[in-house]
Ligand binder design. Structure first.
Ligand code: PEP
Length: 254
């Protein structure tokens, strides 16, 4: 299910879950991936920053990547409690989630802030996963495409490439609820995002992976990943259980 040469990415977002004992989940994912499958799909786990170092050690020598869930846009400075892209990279992270809807809702992150963080990720050589998505009210008001296109237009830095940028379409109402849009709805949003990316970065838009996120489970992954312009998944709850996460990665098994 590689689409237009884009290598799919299945990314797990553990959110604020996981203690040191949870590194065993990363080990189980690493051990459970079939070598055949890894030729076809990139696999990423984003644990809390407290576990990045031990997770990087746990996947050493395997193709599983480790990423951060958030970053501060600046390189360093008097920002108590914050973590920069350089710090994540220093630990061995290769991706970072930017502008997750929980960051937007609970930490008041704006599209301009997302843009600055995406630039910070690029500065440190990390691939930024920029999240966009509408709320239930916005969908009911028929504003989905306007909302996600505006988030994209402001959030994506000039000169973004398929190597340094991934987009994740995550309808806020689908996150952690067990609800998902229909495949046709997802196809419409992803096509619109691809078109908007084309306006922003030209032909490079064809190389940028657009993930779907929101209640992806082993049972619906194959159907969702088959949708046109869906280049993988951003997975919350189901990424906490190795078998469930592997079940989603296996949507890419031939
Ligand atoms: C997420 O938090 O990015 C997410 C998609 O969560 P869930 O899979 O639990 O809906």
């Amino acid at each position: 299910m590689t689409k237009a040469g884009r290598r799919p990415l299945v990314a797990g977002n553990w959110k604020m879950n996981g203690l040191r004992s949870s590194v065993s989940v990363v080990e189980a994912v690493r051990n459970g991936l079939s070598p055949d499958l890894l030729c076809d799909v990139d696999v990423l786990i984003c644990p809390p920053s407290t576990l990045i170092s031990s997770c990087v050690a746990a996947v050493y020598g395997s193709p599983v990547a480790i990423g951060g869930q958030n970053l501060h846009a600046k390189r360093n400075g008097a920002f108590t409690g914050s973590i920069s892209a350089e710090m994540l990279a220093d630990l061995g992270a290769s991706y970072v989630i930017v502008g997750h809807s929980e960051r937007r809702a609970y930490h008041h992150e704006t599209d301009d802030g997302v843009h600055a963080k995406a630039l910070g990720a690029r500065r440190a050589g990390l691939c930024g996963i920029i999240c966009v998505g509408e709320t239930q009210d916005e969908r009911e008001e028929g504003r989905t495409l306007d909302i996600v296109r505006a988030q994209l237009a402001i959030g994506v830095p000039k000169g973004a490439t398929g190597a340094d940028t991934v987009i994740a379409y995550e309808p806020v109402w689908a996150i952690g609820t067990g609800l998902t849009p229909t495949p046709a709805d997802i196809a419409e949003v992803h096509a619109s995002l691809r078109e908007m990316l084309g306006q922003l970065i030209g032909p490079e838009a064809a190389k940028v992976r657009i993930l779907y996120g929101g209640s992806v489970k082993p049972g619906n992954a194959r159907e969702l990943m088959a949708v046109e312009n869906v280049d993988g998944a951003l997975v919350g709850g189901a990424s906490l259980v190795a078998d469930d996460f592997l079940g989603i990665v296996n949507a890419y098994a031939r």
